[in-house]
Design a binder for this molecule. Structure first.
Ligand code: G4P
Length: 529
């Protein structure tokens, strides 16, 4: 197959949802339809369950699973599908934000009863900023939930989207009869035993056909006709270009648990979802069809076996092909590296591959050379944009609890930060280290992993910071900047890239600082440059 055909057939996407909306179930059903797994229950749930085990032990369990679910690839209708896993737990939101830099489109799962939830809002906001094409799947139609039109309104208002239904439910919950597929013009009838079987569809190009009344009943048929009429009046027609540019979001309805509406979703997905998209680097736009390799690391998975310092760095290929044993240029390190055993991912396993294409994710064994955001090329000096750090929400001093293990602690902190577990700030005044995280859970994870993987012990001490603000000295007037540095000395730190950060203790402080030193600009994200 030609290089361009290989690119054209790739679909790399992520599924985003508030926990419990049905992301894992949907992923599993997509794999079932793709023939990648044979039975339901094969995909382990990597979410953090509330319950008996303490949270951080649960995270360890989850980490063990998540290397195998990080990328799930399969072939469907001659398309190569790569699903990138995104953790649903809010304490790991940053992980998800990073993964979203590597997808070409997303499917947003919404629970029919709960509607749009908090985590979905945050994740969709990130996708909207980047104009990522989105498809919305409204799940759990076998349960009583909100009215379909109300839900679409809610999706539009809370998520800031413009939707168009591609399928529509016939009834809901107890009265759920099935799904009318507006796109393909057919009906998929729901029956109780559809959990295991994949249902046949009934073609119905003309809903006026009286046969419809016979099949789903007179009342539901009349209602469906009225609803379809309303849809035609109210919603824009599907337009692929609008979808691809992020201006229109098609909506599907179904029940992942019951295999319902999933085939329709997948069939439309492979038809409309984008092949690998161009990506902006700091110097230029990179097209997937360029023959020279370029790609970036969006995730690092470390130390699954604490005896070997094994890390797997996940590279998203943006352009060209990635070949085994060929030297590639590590732009930050200014060095060439060769990879003798790059991994490709399949449904539940990984295998060494000789060649991978744009859109694919390659797992590179790493001994500490990679950081999240690193770029590989065939010599060109460029870096891909778009993996900024956001201000953490929690801040604590980290102290060494075992003076004999200072080196191990240092190394452990360094590597965990490279992995993106948390952010490190080093205070300018006294070199004390402050760890910033999105959720309180990470402190337990860090302590546990430092001890088990690096043999180091740490304690924490509260540091009352509200927000980290990045400061670019070049922006500021010299005198003003000097004064700012002198007054705020105690609250200035460097992040791990050496950028200056102001650790503000309240919004009020931020406002006062902005008013007092107008030329000192405060930024709430870093672009890692
Ligand atoms: P998540 O990854 O988004 O967190 O959600 P997950 O797929 O784990 O689904 C959350 C719960 O919702 C699961 O139930 C799952 O079985 C259920 N679910 C998913 N899709 C549907 C659906 O279409 N209809 C109905 N009725 N339920 C659905 P659970 O009891 O939490 O877990 P389990 O014991 O079933 O695994």
């Amino acid at each position: 197959m030609s290089f361009n055909k290989e690119i054209e057939r790739r679909r790399t996407f992520g599924i985003i949802a508030h926990p419990d909306a049905g992301k894992t179930t949907l992923t599993e059903k997509l794999l079932l339809f793709g023939g990648a797994i044979q039975e339901a229950g094969a995909v382990k749930n990597n979410k953090i369950k509330k319950g008996a085990t303490s949270d951080f032990m649960e995270i360890e369990r989850q980490r063990g699973i998540s290397v195998s679910t990080s990328v799930l690839a399969f072939n469907y209708k001659n398309k190569k599908i790569n699903i990138l896993d995104t953790p649903g737990h809010k304490d790991f939101a940053e992980d998800t934000f990073r993964t979203l830099t590597a997808v070409d489109s997303v499917i947003v799962v919404v629970d029919v009863a709960k509607g749009v939830e908090e985590q979905t809002e945050k994740l969709v906001a990130v996708c909207r900023l980047r104009n990522i094409p989105m498809i919305v799947f409204i799940n759990k139609l076998d349960r009583e939930g909100k009215d379909a039109f109300d839900l679409m309104d809610e999706v539009e208002q809370k998520l800031g989207l413009t939707v168009t239904p591609m399928s529509f439910p016939i009834g809901m919950g107890y009265d759920f009869k099935g799904i009318y597929n507006i796109w393909e013009k057919n009906i998929n009838l729901f029956s109780g035993d559809s959990r295991k079987n994949i249902e046949e569809t009934i073609a119905f190009s003309d809903v006026e056909n009286p046969e419809l009344d016979r099949i789903i009943g007179e009342k539901p048929a009349t209602r469906l006709r009225e609803e379809l009429e309303l849809i035609r009046e109210v919603y824009p027609e599907f337009n692929r270009d609008a979808y691809l540019s992020g201006a229109l979001q098609p909506v599907f309805f179904g029940s992942a648990l019951n295999n319902f509406g999933v085939r329709e979703l997948l069939d439309s997905f492979v038809e409309i979802a984008p092949a690998p998209r161009p990506k902006e680097s700091e110097t230029r736009m990179v097209e997937p069809s360029e023959t020279k390799l370029s790609g970036f690391i969006f995730k690092i998975h470390a130390n699954m076996d604490p005896k070997h310092r094994d890390r797997l760095a996940f590279l998203k290929i943006v352009s060209g092909t990635f070949e085994r044993n060929k030297p590639y240029y590590h732009v930050r390190q200014k060095k060439n590296f060769k990879f003798s055993s790059p991994n490709a991912f399949f449904a539940e396993k990984k295998e060494i591959v000789d060649i991978s294409y744009p859109g694919d994710i390659v797992g590179l064994h790493d001994t500490g050379n990679f950081k999240i955001g690193d770029t590989l090329t065939e010599g060109e000096i460029m870096s891909f944009k778009g993996i900024p750090s956001f201000s953490p929400e929690h801040f604590r001093y980290i102290n060494n609890a075992d003076p004999l293990k200072a080196k191990q602690l240092e190394k452990g902190i360094d590597q965990l930060m490279d992995e993106g577990v948390a952010q490190l700030f080093t205070l300018e005044l006294n070199n004390r280290k402050v760890i910033g995280t999105v959720g309180a859970l990470q402190y337990e994870v860090i302590q546990y992993r430092l001890e088990h993987e690096y043999g180091a012990k740490c304690t924490y001490e509260n540091f009352p910071v509200h927000k980290a603000c990045w400061v670019k000295p070049d922006d500021a007037k010299n005198d003003e900047f000097k004064e700012f540095k002198r007054i705020k000395q105690k609250f200035l730190a460097k992040d791990k890239y050496g950028q200056l950060v102001f650790l503000a203790d309240s919004d009020f402080t931020i406002q006062m600082t902005v008013a007092k030193y107008p030329s000192v600009k405060l930024y709430f994200t870093s672009e890692n440059d």
